[in-house]
Design a protein around this ligand. Structure first.
Ligand code: FAD
Ligand code: FES
Length: 385
């Protein structure tokens, strides 16, 4: 065969040429296909999900698992590690909170989330104390980038979880068990005391059945009788348990754990591209952040004006989104952690503090856009909604 005809060897080439000839002769009625792509996208990624609570189980003294089924048909597929943003109305306030899906992506008859009690928590307490089987909820579609990508992450995954940060990993580990994946996974799970450990029996069961999955429990305040690993998940422990360091690290938990563990990975010279991080919940004490200005005190309350609408009070220690929701102003939200850009808002005047981790595009910084879900007021200010 001549070199120029080599493409005829490509599988499907003749069929495409024939189809092309038919289309050239008879044309193609695109009208008949109108809306097909849109309805496919809507089925896979609906904007809102109507959910019904089908089961609630007390898993530890401070955490409950909540099973959610579709209120009107089926649930969209998701990737292990993704979250849904639950929209709730409690105490007359409409708000939302993201929760990672802990169930396996191999079955989408339901989503399981695990809610852990937070001291004075607004939504977590509502979900733990008031929600009952049969109640209706709505949420976003599954979202987020905290999931495995075979192109970048290789086949050795080390998970570092703190507290309720176990949930996205539980989904990944359950997927490994359901599909008998050949991927290697090791979990370091940090908890304060034994009674707070979520999913312990399931983790032990999966580890016993699948040699690709191993895990270590590390307690920071164990009872004297505890025989296992004590302290924090540090560089020494990581090196000792993993041997070589050619792993991709996924870190998920509260801000304090992330602040401790990332420098430990730094000591092991793990490249930033080999580390994926998800922080659960807003910072506990924003005024203790290194970048927080000295002249703004925790008790300061500023005036937040929504151009052409109203002026509300905005405490320095609260993200603007919460101050707005207290006053009945709800802006679109998904991650509530500065990542997804859905709440992107124009700042007309005034100053805000946005911690590291808020993913603002360079152009947004230049033209004065902020993410109110993780922006704290530092002065009186005006925004455009
Ligand atoms: C991607 C992601 C995944 C997550 N997955 C999980 C998970 O699997 N399990 C889990 O338990 N958590 C998870 N979280 C954390 C979760 O979203 C909540 O932050 C957590 O449940 C605490 O919420 P809360 O409302 O109880 O507390 P907070 O929002 O921290 O509330 C604390 C304080 O703020 C006040 N407050 C807050 N909002 C209002 C309001 N609108 N009006 C009046 N007062 C208010 C309350 O009075 C309270 O004092 C995840 C977070 C993210 C970002
Ligand atoms: S809700 Fe995602 S950036 Fe604010």
């Amino acid at each position: 065969m001549a070199k120029k005809d080599i493409y005829k060897k490509i599988s499907g080439y003749n069929e495409i040429i024939q189809e092309n000839a038919v289309l050239e002769k008879y044309g193609f009625n695109y009208e008949a296909k109108k809306g097909e792509v849109r309805s496919m996208i809507d089925a896979l990624h609906p904007q809102r999900l109507d959910l019904t609570v089908s089961e609630i189980n007390q898993e530890t003294a401070s955490a409950k698992s909540i099973k959610l089924v579709s209120g009107n048909g089926s649930l969209p597929p998701f990737q292990a590690g993704q979250y849904i943003n639950l929209f709730v109305e409690t105490g007359g306030i409409r708000t939302s909170r993201p929760y990672s899906i802990a169930s396996s992506p191999t079955q989408i008859g339901h989503y399981e989330i695990m809610v852990r009690k937070v001291e004075d928590g607004f939504v977590s307490n509502y979900l733990l104390e008031e929600l009952k089987p049969g109640n209706k909820l709505s949420s976003s579609s599954p979202s987020g980038n905290f999931h495995y990508n075979p192109l970048f992450h290789g086949d050795k995954l080390a998970f570092i979880a703190g507290g309720s940060g176990i949930t996205p990993f539980m989904s990944m580990i359950r997927e490994l068990a359901d599909k008998n994946l050949s991927r290697r996974m090791h979990l370091f799970y940090g908890s304060r005391v034994e009674d707070d450990v979520i999913y312990r029996a399931q983790l032990d069961r999966i580890a016993a059945l699948h040699r690709n999955f191993t895990w270590d429990l590390v307690l920071s305040e164990p009872a004297p009788s505890f025989k296992g690993l004590k302290g924090f998940i540090d560089a020494g422990l990581i090196k000792e348990r993993l041997g070589d360091l050619d792993w991709t690290f996924f870190v998920c938990g509260p801000e304090a754990m992330y602040n401790f563990c990332l420098p430990e990975l730094g000591k092991l010279a793990i490249a930033a591209r080999k580390t994926k991080v998800e922080v659960m919940g807003v910072p506990k004490n924003i005024t203790a952040h290194p970048g927080w200005p000295e002249n703004v005190q925790a008790g300061n309350v500023f005036q937040l004006t929504i151009k052409g609408k109203k002026t509300i009070a905005a405490p320095a220690t609260e993200p603007l989104m919460i101050s707005l929701e207290r006053e009945g102003v709800v802006i679109p939200a998904l991650c509530r952690s500065g990542e997804c850009s859905l709440c992107r808002t124009k700042l007309l005047s005034g100053k805000v503090y946005q911690p590291n981790g808020v993913k603002l595009r360079k152009s947004d910084r230049i033209f004065g856009y902020i993410h109110p879900c993780l922006a704290y007021p530092l002065s009186d200010m005006e925004i455009l909604l």
